[in-house]
Design a protein around this ligand. Structure first.
Ligand code: RFL
Ligand code: PHB
Length: 404
């Protein structure tokens, strides 16, 4: 067994782990990343597209912003369509200057990977049997196997950035951990295509046939989603069938001018709200999807992960720069305040904009009555400036909290 030493062991080389690693390095804190799969596999996951200003600022702080600044697109507004009727939420005006950046998760992950490689920071890809040990003690360590060799990584702290299916959360004993979960009775079928976006700004569409989202990656690459039953398989959907259904759900003038083309990627994602409390156990911290999942309707998943990274960075800087080890106990409470806010917003947007039908309607309410309430609610918020501001403030993201 080979023994390695570092200050912070990071489990998971997705966007959370990479961003944390880069920022820790910038402040002189050593870290090692252990990733289960290859870098190419990580880059094959097409996910988020919208970054909050707080996220973009962290990327700048990490010094990895060059490509985001030139290739990312600032969006000052977002469109909602309710049964074909469009309303614009002017993010910038309603929030007094905030906006979001449209730049793919794949791109930001690639930028962070390249920066890590250029700085020669240790990353173990294809690390299997990753297991944290003694996380309540002053000498935690992580064991793993790579290339037939067994390793023991000794560290001060462990950051569990290993996503929803990772090992870190399971390290917190079941009697300490409380998990909250709601699985929605539908999924999103996403399609990526090299065609110009149908709209300059994103369109979130509520339609009686189901939700649809028109998003984008660049002036020549579009990302679209439609709500589908959980029982549907990607193979059930030809590109033609997808485009046809999408057009029915978007505003007619947008659909009429939409350019279609062959898909580069097509996949179905289930929708889930999930929170694990607490997010810290001894010297182990959960970061990003390892601790919480939101349905993608509010574009909050990756942004929440960045909020955790910002908080953990403040904690670890204070530990190493000021010798204050007690401050680690603030992490979970501060992170969870932001998490529950985004969870509530994402659940609310999902509830208002999707068709629930009979299936999965878990309230005692008549499904048609629920639909009427939700249509009324979304129309109420979109028709008043105050209502649009409530949506705008949360869409651009709440500020990061400081440590006490
Ligand atoms: P990730 O990305 O899942 O990365 C975790 C990494 O850990 C590795 N791993 C392990 N490594 C070592 N040992 C183990 N035992 C391990 N187990 C797992 C995995 O291989 C992986 O590389 O979590 P992270 O870094 O916390 O990042 C979270 C984001 O990926 C996620 O929140 C977002 O993609 C969510 N999301 C969106 N977020 C936004 O902010 N805005 C959006 O517009 C947005 N759109 C989306 C989304 C997620 C989607 N899907 C598919 C769920 C759209 C979709 C369709
Ligand atoms: C995306 O572009 O993938 C995207 C954008 C906004 C969302 C979800 C996904 O709310």
């Amino acid at each position: 067994m080979k023994t390695l030493k570092t200050q912070v062991a990071i489990i998971g080389g997705g966007p959370s782990g990479l961003l944390l690693g880069q920022l820790l390095h910038k402040y002189g804190i050593d870290n090692v990343i252990l990733e289960r799969v290859t870098g190419d596999y990580v880059l094959g996951r097409i996910r988020a597209g919208i970054l909050e200003q707080g996220f973009a600022d962290l990327v700048r702080e990490a010094g990895v912003e060059q490509r985001m600044e030139t290739e990312g697109h600032v969006h000052e507004g977002v469109l909602f369509s309710v049964n074909g009727k469009e309303t614009r939420v002017d993010l910038k005006k309603l929030t007094g200057g905030d906006e979001v950046v449209c730049y793919g998760q794949v791109e930001i992950t690639q930028d962070l990977m390249e920066a890590r490689q250029a700085a020669n920071l240790p990353t173990y890809y294809e690390a299997s049997n990753v297991q944290p040990h003694d996380v309540k003690s002053d000498a935690p360590y992580v064991t793993f196997t790579q290339g037939g060799e067994e390793y023991r990584l000794e560290c001060d702290y462990i950051a569990g950035c290993d996503g929803f299916h990772g090992v870190s959360r399971q390290t917190i004993p079941a009697d300490v951990r409380q998990e909250f979960e709601r699985v929605y009775p539908f999924g999103w079928l996403g399609l990526l295509a090299d065609v110009p976006p149908c709209s300059e700004e994103l369109i979130y569409a509520k339609h009686e046939r189901g939700f649809a989202l028109a998003s984008q990656r660049s002036p020549t690459r579009s990302r679209y989603y439609i709500q589908v039953p959980l029982t549907d398989k990607v193979e059930d959907w030809s590109d033609e069938a997808f485009w046809e259904e999408l057009k029915l759900r978007l505003p007619p003038d947008v659909a009429a001018n939409m350019q279609t083309g062959p898909s580069i990627e097509k996949s179905i994602a289930p929708l889930r709200s999930f929170v694990c409390e607490p997010m810290q156990y001894g010297n182990l911290f959960l970061v990003g999807d390892a601790a919480h999942i939101v349905p993608p309707t509010g574009a909050k998943g990756l942004n929440l992960a960045a909020g955790d990274v910002a908080t953990l960075l403040k904690v670890l800087r204070r530990v190493y720069e000021q010798g204050d080890k007690e401050c680690i106990n603030q992490y979970s409470e501060i992170a969870l305040r932001r998490v529950w806010n985004a969870e509530r917003f994402s659940w609310w947007m999902t509830s208002m904009l999707h068709e629930f039908g009979d299936e999965g309607n878990d309230s005692a309410m008549d499904p048609q009555m629920r639909d009427r309430f939700m249509t009324s609610e979304v129309n109420y918020f979109l028709s008043s400036e105050n209502g649009r501001r409530v949506i705008a403030e949360q869409y651009v993201g709440l500020p990061y909290e400081d440590l006490a």
